[in-house]
Design a binder for this molecule. Structure first.
Ligand code: GLN
Length: 233
């Protein structure tokens, strides 16, 4: 008989909010399967670094608390690296740039740029950098109100119904929505704020962070990263 030593492959629990195409979303053909740019990228890193992944679906604003409580080992969810979040988690090196865009219903002629949002109502994703931006605008007295929702699809329904005037959300996600659903919303400003995404681990989990950074560097160097980019963008 072969005398193969059993190697322990670590399994990490990855938290994500899987309603965020093209980064993480349910496969149309098999809704139990999560696909997307982030999914392919972390799978490639896992393969490179010899670990396995188990996915856990959470709402976006539940991800950091779940990491802190040890319910998950990392966050892979289009999460922007911010100074404020760095106080609660450790981030990997940035893996993609994705700024915030301002979008309105396609028939909205009133808001043609960020200069036209005075007195208007924003709709944003709860706990997102877009919601922080909207909060700032409200605190400054620029906009009238902010509606917070969990998922991008519901945000867009609020633009269609006229409950909200504009949304602030990640540019690649808004662009992906528009290409999948033409004629519903339009982008009026594609660079409200520039941002980069990172993977997050529990503060001080340097072992996992080093694997993520090493794996990211390797898949960037060997062309895998570019292939994934090509596939989703
Ligand atoms: N990039 C935004 C943030 O980090 C939104 C991310 C998301 O909704 N998945 O706040």
């Amino acid at each position: 008989a072969d005398d193969v030593a059993e190697e322990e492959v670590p399994v990490y629990i990855v938290g994500t909010e899987p309603y965020f195409p093209p980064f993480e979303y349910a496969d149309e053909n098999n809704s139990n399967e999560i696909i997307g740019f982030d999914v392919d990228l972390i799978n490639a890193i896992a393969e490179d670094q010899g670990f396995e992944i188990e996915w856990k679906d959470l709402e976006f604003d539940a991800l950091i608390p779940a990491l802190q409580s040890g319910q998950i080992d990392m966050i892979v969810s289009g999460m922007t690296i911010t100074e404020e979040r760095e106080e609660s988690v450790d981030f990997s090196e940035p893996y993609i740039n994705a700024g915030l865009a301002l979008a309105v219903a396609v028939d909205n002629d009133e808001i043609q740029s960020v200069d036209d949002i005075e007195g208007k109502v924003a709709v944003v994703q709860q706990g997102s950098t877009g919601s922080q931006k909207a909060d700032e605008l409200k605190d400054e007295g620029v906009i009238e109100d902010v509606i917070y929702l969990a998922h991008v699809n519901d945000i867009i329904l609020n633009l269609q119904s006229g409950r909200a005037d504009f949304m602030i959300n990640d540019l690649p996600v808004t662009q992906a929505y528009i290409s999948q659903n033409p004629g519903v919303i339009k982008i009026v400003d594609d660079q409200i704020q520039s941002e980069s995404y990172g993977f997050a681990v529990k503060t001080g989990n340097t072992e996992l962070l080093e694997k993520l950074n090493a794996g990211l560097a390797n898949v960037q160097a060997d062309g895998t990263y570019d292939e994934i980019m090509e596939k989703y963008f």
